[in-house]
Design a protein around this ligand. Structure first.
Ligand code: SOE
Length: 389
């Protein structure tokens, strides 16, 4: 019997657009889904560039106006891969037209906007998810199972780092991720968002935070390339612009369940290209994960026999590890792109069943609440309670 089709329209086609396109293209080849994606239209302002991207990434048609795309009767799902300042406009319009929505992180520019987006999709009765892809690494999913099963006991500490280094050159221009009016914040909304989601997924809800945001390089050459994060270059006259977002975010957290959190996100950790890593310590053991070694968990269990205790490696590529059995035989490992395929498989099944799998816009709102509480603490000092929704 022919599978239900989910006709997808995607706004944006750079880095996240490519990762999402790969997921739509691959997912039905490796997962038995309740509904399968149909890559109908990719949307971008530059028609020639969007057409080239559509041909390369497997999209049938091109739109140059997202307002037209969200209104098309032959589209069921809108995927928002735009810069952050467009997440709300596209999402609200899509919900108004009864479209399901997948939105890249961070959900919004601030908590108020995130709450409006959540209300819109809930009132429209559409399925919604936010693309916190890292929780879909099999090792991260398995860590959550171990924690839920009490294998490491009561959690005392969660510490996470998300370290990059792509803007340490003062000549790196003022791309959209470095402009508050477009990105909303700097590394905080970009990378703290990920480690906040991993903390919520593995440990639980935040109760209060205290932190600082810091900008190391205050002025940069204006960017005319429009290439975004990875391909930008300073061209033309050396006009300089003020940097009005953070380069580094450091914060502490108290979780509702009594655990303590330590978080660091920065774009100035030379040599760390995409260093997303965490460790959780419990009364019976500890677990470590590092994106650069994403198939493995480092685990320590207090109840290992005396003299035999220590961190050891679990290679999470066995059939009993979440999602792993859909790919290759044990130890043939998978990559960054597969986390998006796993997320999209849940999205397709959610649409088939009429439910919004986590992480959805409720998770996006909670995440934004933590982000904003840290920003409030950074501005005014002291501990700030995190809104619960
Ligand atoms: C840039 O910092 C970036 O592309 C983030 O925006 C992504 O969310 C992260 O997964 C990789 O780095």
């Amino acid at each position: 019997m022919a599978k239900k089709k989910v006709r997808v329209g995607m706004v944006g086609y750079k880095f996240m657009g490519k990762a999402h396109s790969h997921a739509y293209f691959d997912v039905a080849r490796f997962f038995d889904l309740g509904a399968e994606p149909e890559m109908v239209a990719l949307c971008g302002r530059d028609e020639a560039a969007a057409r080239a991207a559509a041909d390369q990434l497997g999209w049938r048609e091109v739109e140059t106006d997202w307002r037209r795309l969200v209104a098309r009767p032959d589209i069921d799902l809108i995927d928002v891969c735009t810069p952050n300042n467009l997440h709300a406009d596209v999402t609200l319009a899509a919900a108004q037209h009864g479209k399901h929505v997948l939105c890249e992180k961070p959900l919004a520019m601030d908590l108020e906007q995130a709450r409006r987006m959540r209300s819109a999709v809930e009132q429209a009765g559409v399925v919604h998810m936010i693309c916190h892809n890292y929780r879909f690494a099999p090792a991260v999913q398995y860590a959550r199972q171990l924690i839920a099963d009490g294998r490491i006991g009561t959690i005392y500490h969660f510490r996470a780092q998300y370290l990059q280094d792509w803007i340490m050159d003062p000549e790196f221009p003022l791309v959209w991720r470095l402009r508050k009016e477009v990105a909303g914040s700097g590394v905080h909304g970009d990378l703290s968002a990920h480690i906040i989601d991993l903390a919520r997924f593995l440990v639980g809800e935040f109760e209060s935070v205290t932190g600082l945001l810091h900008t190391f390089i205050k002025q940069r050459p204006l960017d005319a390339s429009g290439e975004g994060a990875w391909g930008a270059r300073a061209i033309g006259a050396r006009q300089m612009g003020e940097v009005d977002v953070d380069d580094a975010a450091l914060f502490l957290a108290r979780f509702a369940n009594g655990a303590l959190g330590t978080f660091e996100a920065t774009r100035f950790a030379g040599g760390n290209r995409n260093g997303n890593r965490w460790e959780v310590n419990g009364s019976r053991g500890s677990i470590r994960w590092d994106l650069e070694n994403m198939n493995n968990l480092q685990v320590y269990f207090h109840d290992d026999p005396a003299g035999q205790q220590g961190f050891r490696t679990i290679n999470c590529t066995e059939a009993q590890h979440p999602y792993a059995g859909h790919w290759w035989p044990p130890a043939h490992i998978i990559g960054y792109e597969h986390t998006f395929v796993h997320l999209v498989s849940e999205l397709m099944n959610g649409i088939a069943a009429g439910r919004s799998p986590a992480p959805n816009f409720e998770d996006g709102v909670r995440n934004q609440g933590v982000l904003d509480a840290v920003s409030e603490s950074a501005a005014g000092g002291g501990w700030v309670r995190v809104p619960q929704g």
